[in-house]
Structure formats: structure tokens, C-alpha cells
Write a protein that binds this ligand. Structure first.
Ligand code: HSE
Length: 402
């Protein structure tokens, strides 16, 4: 019997419990031994829950139990998760986490603690919910120079944007239902302001470079500034609006951004709806790969947690997932990012044609607002775009075009 403990019995931790109960036979077949949950750490009580007898409020009950080989951390946040995980790894216990904030901020220290303790640190569930993107990046796409990773990495915002696109649902209503479905973070600001997706793209970039990329290195813009008029323009242009995370790798460094983007119908991300996430990885040999699936939610994310548990129980490791050093990666200038932009401007149609001439191309579209038009600029650098818009009368907003 391979004994594990769970720290944090919320959405994901309880999903881990459910899967161990429902799919015990599959887990045994895949890992070669039975997986047993020996302890669950949580501050709360769960009276009447079948797992009630396993509950403890004391971390020491887990740390000091020699029967526990691996600990799943699904508490979220940096502390006390970091202190607990570090102690466990140094004591030779394997750790599996879904905690992207912790992996992004403290990943290098935890890999180091794992090495020092002769244990393994696994984090498949920290990016893309149920999508096995971490394992693919660390163990499969290993013969390529990766030059771009791009995609939809937050289920909550994709769910909200899909609801708003379909019409009839306000931002507030969609957010309430994302919370009820267990998609959003405890503080959904991290979702809607692009921080959660920023952490995830930082983790993927750290894996590619072998050096630490942090949230602060990622340019982030959330979805709170989007309005129904923006969605009307998107419909006119046959595009959808998505929160897109992009990391471009050049000269040993990375330029990463999370921001709303107009996605043309020809782009595969156009169809990625609801809580689904999709990640594309471009390598110089393999070309483009795409990974797609449920990016949030209890059982999808817990499925990724258990994939790591099985990996550890098989004893295959050593570095299912690898890691990165604490050296800060080279961060490239965001002003050198190159892309097209959708812009909204107020004024007459003649004025808009004049702007289109200044930007070097585009066709005006109207969302039936008085004296307001939009158009898509040619591809240009962010620096050039800012220079042109600085002198622009009537500029309302821009949304990058993917
Ligand atoms: N709040 C996150 C999301 C959960 O919506 O994607 C999964 O990391």
C-alpha cells in the first residue's frame, strides 16, 4: 500500500479523495500498488463526511508519520504551504502540488529541497488543470528549441468570456457561477486580473529556460476592462475575445504577456470555450503541438494530481518534471513584442480613414455606436504602436490581435 496524505481539503483535495475512492482499481493497476489516503490536514471539520476519521489539524501528524510516502498539497497560497513542503522534502517525502503561486514563487527552492532530501517534487496540476502539459514539456518535447508557448491558461476567465460572448449574461453573473463551479481562486482577482494565467506562463517559461521566471516578469492585463461593445466589435470582425498568455523565447530569454486578445476564427483558440484551456507549444523540430482540456475544476485538476502520485508510486521518476535553478532568467523588452491591434476610436468616418493611413492599413468596422469606429492595424512592434497612439485624438482602447 502506497500511503499518502492530503493537505487542504477544498475543491482539489476533496477531488483527490473522490478519485482514490472511485478509481482505486485503475490506480492500483497503473502504479503497481494500492494508493491509500492516511491523513487529511485541514483547519475545518467535516462532520459526517466519509473522510472524517482521517482529518487532523496538526501538520506534525503528517510529518512524523513514517508510513506516509507522499504528501499532496492542495492548500494554495505561499504560506504555510512552502514551510510544510520544504520540511517534507528535506525529510525525504515526495510532494505533489497543484499550487501555482507556490511553484512560481518558490519552485527553485523546492527543487533544491527535494534534491537535498532525496525526494521528488511534482507539479503537473499547477498549470492547465487536467491537461498534462508539464509532463509533456519536461519529458516529451525534449529534442527541440522551443520558441513559443501560447494559449488559454485560466478556466475562470475563459468561462466568463464565453458566457459574455453568448450574450445575456453579465460579467458579475458569470463570475458568481464560476465561483460556484469551483473554477475561480478564493480571491478571484487573481483570475480576472490575469495573475493566475501569468503565474502559469511563468512556470512554463521557467521550465523551458531552466531559470526562474516570475509573475513580475510577465506583462499582465485582465478582463475587467472589457465591455459589451468590445464583444459587438468582435462579432463584426468574426473574432472571439480570449485571455491569451504568450511566451516568446529569443536569445536565451523570454518575453511573456497575458492580455485579452481578439482571436480570428482561423485560430484554433477561437473555439476553446467555457472552462477549457488550450496550450500550443512551438518547437523548431516538432513544429506546433496543441494540448486541450479542462483547465480548472475539482476532478479534472485532481486527475493531474493523481498522475503525479502514480508516477511517484511507480518509483520511476527520477525527474518526472525536472525543474529550474534560482537564477533569474533573461527577460526581454515588452516594447519589442510584435503583433496587430484592434483599436476603437471616436470621430467621423473621414477621421478614421486618416488614422488608418497613419497606421498603414486596415478597414473600418462599426459596432453601431454613434461616431465610433474600430479597425485592425497591421502587425507592428509595441513601441511603434505606442508612438502612433500617443498622438491620436479620439483613441478609446486597443485589444491585441492573436
Ligand atoms: N482558478 C484557476 C482557473 C484554477 O480558473 O484556471 C485552475 O488553476
Amino acid at each position: 500500500m502506497y500511503q499518502i496524505a492530503i493537505m487542504g481539503f477544498g475543491t482539489i483535495g476533496s477531488g483527490v479523495y473522490d478519485i482514490v475512492a472511485a478509481n482505486a482499481d485503475i490506480l492500483k493497476q497503473k502504479s503497481g500498488q494500492e494508493i491509500g489516503i492516511r491523513r487529511i490536514l485541514d483547519l475545518r471539520e467535516f462532520p459526517g463526511h466519509p473522510a472524517e476519521q482521517l482529518l487532523t489539524h496538526s501538520f506534525e501528524d503528517i510529518l512524523n508519520d513514517p508510513e506516509i510516502s507522499l504528501v499532496v498539497e492542495t492548500m494554495g497560497g505561499v504560506e504555510p504551504a512552502f514551510t510544510f513542503e520544504k520540511q517534507l522534502l528535506l525529510a525525504g517525502r515526495h510532494v505533489v502540488t497543484s499550487n501555482k503561486e507556490l511553484v512560481e514563487k518558490k519552485g527553485a527552492e523546492l527543487f533544491e529541497a527535494a534534491r537535498a532530501g532525496g525526494a521528488h517534487f511534482y507539479y503537473e496540476a499547477s498549470v492547465g488543470g487536467g491537461i498534462p502539459i508539464i509532463r509533456n514539456l519536461s519529458d516529451c518535447i525534449v529534442a527541440d528549441r522551443i520558441d513559443e508557448i501560447s494559449g488559454i491558461l485560466n478556466g475562470t476567465t475563459n468561462y466568463i468570456l464565453t458566457q459574455m460572448t453568448s450574450g445575456g449574461v453579465s460579467y458579475e453573473e458569470a463570475l458568481v457561477s464560476a465561483l460556484a463551479l469551483g473554477y475561480a481562486e478564493k480571491d478571484p482577482t487573481a483570475d480576472v486580473e490575469g495573475l493566475d494565467a501569468g503565474r502559469k506562463i511563468a512556470i512554463l517559461a521557467s521550465m523551458v529556460l531552466g531559470e526562474a521566471v516570475h509573475l513580475e516578469d510577465v506583462t499582465t492585463e485582465g478582463i475587467t476592462g472589457l465591455t459589451s461593445t468590445d464583444f459587438s466589435y468582435a462579432r463584426e470582425l468574426n473574432m472571439s475575445i480570449k485571455l491569451v498568455a504568450d511566451a516568446r523565447f529569443e536569445d536565451g530569454g523570454v518575453r511573456a504577456i497575458v492580455a485579452p486578445a481578439m482571436v480570428p476564427v482561423s485560430n484554433a483558440l477561437y473555439e476553446v470555450s467555457d472552462v477549457l484551456n488550450a496550450v500550443t507549444v512551438h518547437g523548431d523540430m516538432v513544429d506546433t503541438l496543441m494540448f486541450y482540456g479542462r483547465g480548472a475544476g475539482s476532478h479534472a485538476t485532481a486527475s493531474a494530481v493523481l498522475a503525479d502520485v502514480v508516477c511517484a508510486a511507480r518509483g520511476v521518476s527520477p525527474a518526472c518534471h525536472g525543474g529550474w535553478s534560482g537564477v533569474h532568467a533573461r527577460i526581454l523588452d515588452p516594447l519589442e513584442a510584435v503583433h496587430a491591434n484592434f483599436i476603437r476610436v471616436s470621430g467621423s468616418i473621414d477621421g478614421v480613414y486618416e488614422l488608418i493611413r497613419i497606421f498603414g492599413g486596415g478597414s473600418p468596422v462599426s459596432a453601431k455606436k454613434k461616431e465610433e469606429f474600430g479597425f485592425v492595424t497591421p502587425v507592428m512592434s509595441e513601441a511603434e504602436f505606442r508612438e502612433k497612439t500617443a498622438q491620436l485624438d479620439g483613441f478609446i482602447k486597443r485589444i491585441r490581435v492573436k
